[in-house]
Design a protein around this ligand. Structure first.
Ligand SMILES: NC(=O)c1ccc[n+]([C@@H]2O[C@H](COP(=O)([O-])OP(=O)(O)OC[C@H]3O[C@@H](n4cnc5c(N)ncnc54)[C@H](OP(=O)(O)O)[C@@H]3O)[C@@H](O)[C@H]2O)c1
Length: 248
């Protein structure tokens, strides 16, 4: 699908949300060095990154504050009109007060609310303000970083109740939005992506040698290849870094 995008006469308009994170920054670096024709590269995050590529512009985005999401979308519409590629690379698994649950005795309403606020409700609000920026006529894609552990049928080892279920709910939001998008933007798509195990702050406390690990740039490179290989039938589904469908 990204291949179709690069065939347009004008340069691409791209937004990366979560650009301060490991994988988000990996996307910015990969795109900046890809040589793809880019007119506008919007970098969205809570804190401004130290440097920006050529054609890059930073806008503040806090998923827990809808006004910032709406303001960023309005600013992009004014500058670029529409977006060809939107990547939402935000998410949380742990922080100082929050660790993934090992068993049900650790389930805690406040911690669950935090995970759902950032992994599910924030992306829902982002979808609300950013899907309308995809082209009315022509290809465009919104890809949200999900996780394989959000798959219900693939859940064999349990644990991580909040993270798993917040990502499963994100996958359902993606599926639901894809149905409306097919009516409103016929050639556009919304998908989920599983990036593999990537060496970022998010995965740092949980890495082991059972899984192949990628640098953020490697993972972003694989995911851009996946985006290049998809067609519109992909809309509503979740794909891993190899382009395989993650089961529901
Ligand atoms: N790393 C992995 O192995 C792995 C595996 C599977 C799935 N994923 C998914 O990939 C995505 C990116 O993860 P990562 O590994 O790059 O993690 P990361 O380095 O911790 O980055 C997380 C990003 O989310 C942003 N964020 C958190 N709360 C936010 C909020 N309220 N508003 C706006 N942005 C917010 C962070 O911004 P701040 O800098 O402002 O905090 C940061 O940019 C996540 O959805 C994660 O679940 C990662």
């Amino acid at each position: 699908m990204l291949n179709n995008l690069t065939k347009t006469e004008r340069g691409l308009n791209i937004a990366i949300a979560g650009s301060s994170g490991g994988i988000g920054a990996g996307f910015i670096k990969q795109l900046a060095r890809s040589g793809a024709p880019i007119d506008h590269l919007f970098s969205l995050s809570r804190t401004q990154p130290a440097s920006m590529p050529v054609n890059g512009q930073w806008l503040r985005l806090d998923l827990e504050d809808e006004a910032t999401v709406e303001k960023a979308a309005t600013a992009i519409e004014e500058v670029a009109g529409q977006l060809d590629l939107i990547i939402l690379a935000t998410g949380i698994l742990h922080d100082k007060e929050l660790q993934p649950e090992k068993d049900w005795s650790q389930l805690d309403p406040e911690k669950l609310s935090k995970l759902f606020a950032i992994n599910t409700i924030g992306p829902a609000i982002f979808i609300k303000h950013f899907l309308p920026l995809l082209p009315r006529d022509g290809s465009g894609i919104l890809a949200a970083l999900s996780a394989r552990v959000g798959s219900i049928s693939d859940n064999r080892i349990g644990g991580w109740y909040g993270y798993r279920s917040s990502k499963a709910a994100l996958n359902q939001l993606i599926r639901t939005a894809s149905i409306e998008l097919a009516r409103k933007r016929k050639q556009a798509a919304i998908i989920g992506l599983h990036p593999g195990t990537v060496e970022t702050d998010l995965s740092a406390p949980f890495r082991n040698n059972r899984y192949k690990r990628f640098s953020p740039e490697e993972s972003a490179g694989y995911l851009l290849q996946v985006l290049g290989s998809l067609d519109r039938d992909a809309s509503g589904k979740v794909f891993d870094w190899q382009g395989e469908i993650v089961p529901e």
